[in-house]
Ligand binder design. Structure first.
Ligand code: BGC
Length: 259
């Protein structure tokens, strides 16, 4: 199929679910239904790899031979995962890309999940053509961030780990914190407001994007937030990780220079 040349598979490893889809890299659209399997308990490398294999099997023959990108909730540098906030400590200083390449028998590109989401918005969404600095934040099990400046991604910013009263601010402001702490939407939004005020003071972004699972209910919390910079919901919402990981797999670093 000629147009399969412009397709790639993205897998998004989250704290609670692992999701995958086949992406049309010309449009940034998913060309199949998204498939999802709960993240295995403890999220250890061997189990995450096995679940990635099951996701590929669910996508079927169409996924065979396509470039594969995996996005992951950790700092990722040169194919190694260097941190573990909501996953097993086994990922710290772990050659994840190589482990997946050997385990799945294909080339893989590993990338931080928020960076993948940022790339999706930069290439196909709300950050496309935006001048200045866009900061994308993902509100999920943790808080992820991506800095997008002059058409480029600055990888591995970790704004969810800014300290607030002695602990990572994601402990009180992530979407899962709202549930864990039993907060009303307004109470949670107050925590988020601290977060956005702080990053706005530190970095003076021109646009702030809000992504992650909770971005499907913007009316519940966006009205309580106020920032100098324009704030918008990310266009690709919960699929941004899959789309960005797929686009990076196909284009690799080379393409980053041309974004
Ligand atoms: C991790 C980040 C990740 C974010 C969202 C944080 O706890 O440190 O690497 O992007 O969660 O998943």
């Amino acid at each position: 199929m000629a147009d399969s040349e412009n397709r790639a598979v993205g897998i998004d490893v989250g704290g609670t679910g692992m999701k995958a889809g086949i992406v049309d890299l010309d449009t940034g659209e998913l060309v199949t239904d998204r498939v999802r399997i709960p993240t295995p308990d403890g999220a250890r490398p061997k189990d995450v790899l096995e679940t990635a294999g099951e996701l590929l099997a669910l996508l079927g023959d169409d996924a065979d031979g396509l470039p594969l990108g995996v996005c992951f909730p950790a700092i990722v540098k040169d194919g190694k995962t260097l941190s573990a906030a909501n996953i097993s400590d086994d990922w710290i200083d772990f050659a994840a890309e190589k482990f997946f390449e050997e385990g799945l028998g294909r080339d893989i590109h590993f990338v931080n999940d928020a960076d993948a989401a940022g790339l999706a918005e930069l290439r196909y969404g709300a950050a496309k053509g935006v001048p200045g600095l866009t900061i994308l934040t993902t509100l999920g099990t943790g808080i992820g961030s991506a800095f997008l400046f002059a058409g480029r991604l600055v990888p591995n910013t970790e704004l969810g780990h800014l300290l607030w009263e002695g602990e990572s601010i994601e402990r009180i402001a992530s979407a899962s914190a709202r549930e864990r702490l039993g907060l009303k939407w307004k109470e949670w939004a107050d925590n988020l407001q601290h977060f956005y005020e702080h990053i706005e003071f530190l970095f003076s972004p021109d646009l702030i994007l809000v992504g992650g699972g909770v971005s499907k209910n913007p009316e519940k919390f966006m009205p309580y937030l106020s920032t100098r910079a324009e704030m918008r919901i990310a266009e690709h919402r919960n699929n941004a990780g899959i789309i960005g990981a797929a686009s990076l797999a196909r284009t690799d670093e080379d393409h980053l220079a041309r974004l």
